[in-house]
Write a protein that binds this ligand. Structure first.
Ligand SMILES: CC(C)(COP(=O)(O)OP(=O)(O)OC[C@H]1O[C@@H](n2cnc3c(N)ncnc32)[C@H](O)[C@@H]1OP(=O)(O)O)[C@@H](O)C(=O)NCCC(=O)NCCSC(=O)CCCC(=O)O
Ligand SMILES: Cc1cc2nc3c(=O)[nH]c(=O)nc-3n(C[C@H](O)[C@H](O)[C@H](O)COP(=O)(O)OP(=O)(O)OC[C@H]3O[C@@H](n4cnc5c(N)ncnc54)[C@H](O)[C@@H]3O)c2cc1C
Length: 670
């Protein structure tokens, strides 16, 4: 072994201490051994060529250079995927989370193609008829056309019904006329739209035969395929620097009476016939929002993966980093030995597991609902919408907070862009806003919960994720505290039921005292968000526990033990975080809380020897981590030094600005 790939001794020791089979845990997280092997094969094909390495790290480039470099790498990666990876996986895996994950080796920031695969293609699959799909899908998958998803406008993102772009049908020419009547109607934010896309999905208010039928989706060509010039009637550009996503050319777009053929309306759920007659095929009013539901479902896994990256970096760094003295003259401890550091980091490992397992469960729920909808049954859609909304909100919000916690855990070096933690934060914090803002989505879930509560009150059996509401009406008084996993979960469900119940009471009291329903709802929204959060916590705790029990049935004893310790840590952590709620809605005593605290601290001690093994089990290759602090070999200080050599500011010993400005300043008299 050369000194270059020699593993840091502290990290090597940690690996010797690890007492469970790391691969077994990787298989569980990936969804089975087959999936792990497939992922590894894809990573080998895509990454072993070393195409991801930038001579100059992208953070040193100008905005133009950075964009061009991102396009260059997107094309390299797309060619690898088209020519080599899909040979192995089949076309149906285009856009799969594995390819998304592997793509991270090519970009610290974002690929300008992300929205093409993330939303443009899914909108064709989900919103077009079979005939339309046959026209558009092969071209999109083959990158003959490159798309974006232009829904949000300068004036409206959340309130989709308030969008102002119009699509007015002209039966004379059998075309839609797209128009942006105001400044606020300009499309704003769409990823890949500013410089890259030549097509996009546009969401616009549909007018036909003089009547508005609400928002619908259209496929719109915006640039010439040969020259890439914006087509006449299209005004398009990049919106400017932002906190992250700086290589994703988020764009603006306006139309001046721009015409598209009738068949460019995505017609799966509604059609406009040649004569302008509007036909609604959908069995549910909100099926045009389907692409958003799909993306929200995938964002739970995205939150888990990015948190796994951050905690891999922070745990490895904490094993390498030594700081302070416990006793005078004693060897400086690894910072991972501080219980406060363990408190910051182990919850991140557990949360990444909780979200990963919840993401797989949610994906299965999503595909089951899709299958029902194919048969014409839309009854399960409201529950899926409520679930995907709150899980998207909480997973992105928790992942944001914990990635920042990982950065804090790395002290000053965590602030370096080369640690990759700032990039991870800037990416994940955006996911809390886009695809539906945190508060707005929790309020959607709250609508569902209040309805479910009313059903349970009237004695009806409610759907599985809110079945605890039926129990709420059959038990009297506070839930008996019980420190078993099932007991803690039951108490969290009681907290949710209690909070929903308070919301309903609050709304009813307000209505009784003269408010109309809208105002009573509005005045209760702070509580409603809180209740939806509590419901979602109970769903995550329940799912995480159930899945661990199910998935470790045949695991080796050590794997069972360590995964159990993690899920117990998660349950205990949240019980301690919510002692106020637990005191209010269960019989928990001060003594029980003391016991919980002790149990938590003991779990930190038990997990400590396996901490590095647990992050190794995420199996994230160095090329994907892209971190000076988090590499497998732990050569933290060497990597920070190597990175300094790439800094263009260090190319010359004296900067030209010295002669231009500094020296004259130093020479000038007061
Ligand atoms: C907030 C709402 C849900 C409100 O919509 P609305 O039309 O005003 O709703 P409403 O008329 O008050 O009716 C509410 C009703 O509609 C239902 N509903 C709402 N959304 C869905 C859905 N997706 N599936 C199934 N049902 C849905 C709700 O459950 C309500 O039902 P109810 O009346 O209670 O029976 C909606 O406007 C919304 O989803 N806003 C968020 C916008 C958003 O997510 N934009 C994403 C833009 S693309 C993007 O960000 C790309 C990111 C980049 C990337 O991915 O990389
Ligand atoms: C990096 C990034 C990429 C994006 N990519 C795309 C894309 O590709 N395509 C696209 O179409 N869009 C995209 N978006 C836009 C994104 O979907 C919207 O920004 C998002 O849906 C939030 O809408 P908004 O900006 O209008 O926020 P607003 O709705 O104006 O929210 C502002 C505040 O008001 C609050 N608020 C708003 N309405 C309510 C309410 N009813 N009740 C209580 N509180 C409320 C919110 O909670 C929030 O705190 C992107 C955004 C970002 C940041």
């Amino acid at each position: 072994m050369t000194s270059k790939n020699k593993i840091n001794e502290d990290l090597a020791n940690e690996r010797r201490k690890c007492n469970f089979n790391i691969e077994e845990v990787t298989y569980i997280l990936d969804g089975g051994k087959e999936k792990t092997l497939q992922r590894k094969k894809i990573e080998d094909v895509a990454l072993n060529g070393g195409a991801s390495v930038d001579d100059i790290p992208e953070e040193y480039l100008s905005a133009r250079e950075r964009y061009e470099n991102a396009i260059r790498k997107s094309c390299i990666y797309t060619n690898i995927v088209k020519n080599e990876v899909l040979e192995i996986t089949g076309i149906e895996n285009y856009g799969s989370p594995v390819l998304r994950r592997t793509g991270d080796a090519f970009f610290k920031d974002i690929s300008p193609f992300m929205l093409h695969l993330g939303m443009f293609v899914p909108s064709i699959i989900g919103q077009c008829t079979a005939e339309q799909q046959a026209t558009w899908l092969p071209r999109a998958l083959d990158m003959k056309i490159i798309g974006a998803y232009a829904q949000t406008e300068l004036g409206h993102g959340t309130f989709i019904r308030g969008l102002e772009t119009t699509a007015t049908y002209d039966p004379e020419t059998e075309e839609f006329v797209l128009h942006s009547p105001t400044i606020t109607s300009y499309k704003w934010w769409a990823g890949g739209l500013g410089r890259t896309a030549n097509h996009c999905t546009v969401v616009a208010q549909l007018y036909t035969q003089g009547k508005c039928h609400g928002t619908h989706l259209f496929i719109v060509q915006i640039r010439d395929l040969e020259t890439h010039m914006p087509l006449p009637g299209v005004k398009v550009g990049e919106i400017g620097p932002r906190m992250g996503f700086n290589t994703a050319d988020n764009g603006f777009l306006g139309f001046n009476n721009y015409r598209i053929p009738r068949m460019n309306m995505m017609m799966k759920n509604a059609q406009v016939l040649k004569d302008g007659t509007y036909v609604k095929a959908a069995r549910h009013g909100k099926l045009t929002y389907g692409t958003m539901v799909f993306v929200r479902v995938t964002l739970v896994g995205e939150a888990s993966f990015n948190l796994a990256k951050a905690v891999t970096i922070a745990v490895r760094y904490s094993a390498v980093r030594r700081q302070s003295e416990l006793r005078p003259g004693s060897i400086e401890p690894q910072i991972l030995d501080y219980p406060t550091q363990q408190h910051k980091l182990f919850i991140c490992i557990a949360t990444a597991h909780a979200f990963q397992l919840t993401a797989s469960w949610l994906w299965n729920t999503f595909t089951a609902v899709q299958a029902e909808m194919k048969k014409g049954n839309v009854d399960t859609l409201p529950e899926l919408h409520a679930l995907s909304s709150c899980l998207k909100a909480l997973s992105t919000s928790d992942a944001t907070a914990y990635i920042e916690q990982c950065r804090f855990a790395c002290g000053g070096h965590g602030y370096m862009l080369s640690s990759n933690l700032p990039f991870l934060y800037a990416f994940v914090v955006a996911t809390r806003t886009y695809e539906g803002d945190y508060t707005v989505l929790l309020l959607q879930t709250a609508r569902f919960l209040v309805k479910a509560w009313e059903q349970a009150e009237s004695g009806k059996v409610v759907t599985p994720t809110v079945a605890y509401l039926n129990r709420h009406f059959t038990t009297n008084g506070k839930m008996i505290w019980d420190n078993s996993p099932e007991g803690i979960i039951r108490v969290f469900q009681s907290v949710a039921a209690g909070k929903i119940s308070l919301c309903v009471r609050s709304i009813r009291n307000r209505i009784t005292s003269g408010m109309d329903h809208e105002d009573a709802w509005l005045m209760t929204t702070v509580q409603l968000v809180n209740a939806a959060e509590a419901h979602c916590r109970s769903v995550i705790l329940h799912t995480y526990w159930n899945e661990i029990v199910r998935l470790t049935k045949h695991s080796s004893d050590n794997v069972k033990t360590v995964l159990n310790q993690l899920v117990m840590l998660y349950l205990t952590y949240w019980a301690l975080e919510r002692t106020g709620d637990l005191l209010r809605y269960s019989t928990i005593s001060e003594n029980d809380i003391d016991l919980l605290q002790r149990q938590y601290e003991e779990l930190l001690v038990k997990i400590r020897p396996n901490a590095v093994g647990l992050v190794d089990a995420f199996d994230i290759r160095d090329e994907i981590l892209q971190s000076t602090l988090g590499s497998y070999d732990g050569r933290v200080y060497e990597r920070l030094m190597e990175e300094v050599q790439k800094n263009p500011l260090n190319k010359e010993p004296v900067d030209p600005s010295f002669h231009k400005y500094l020296k004259p300043l130093m020479k000038s008299k007061i």
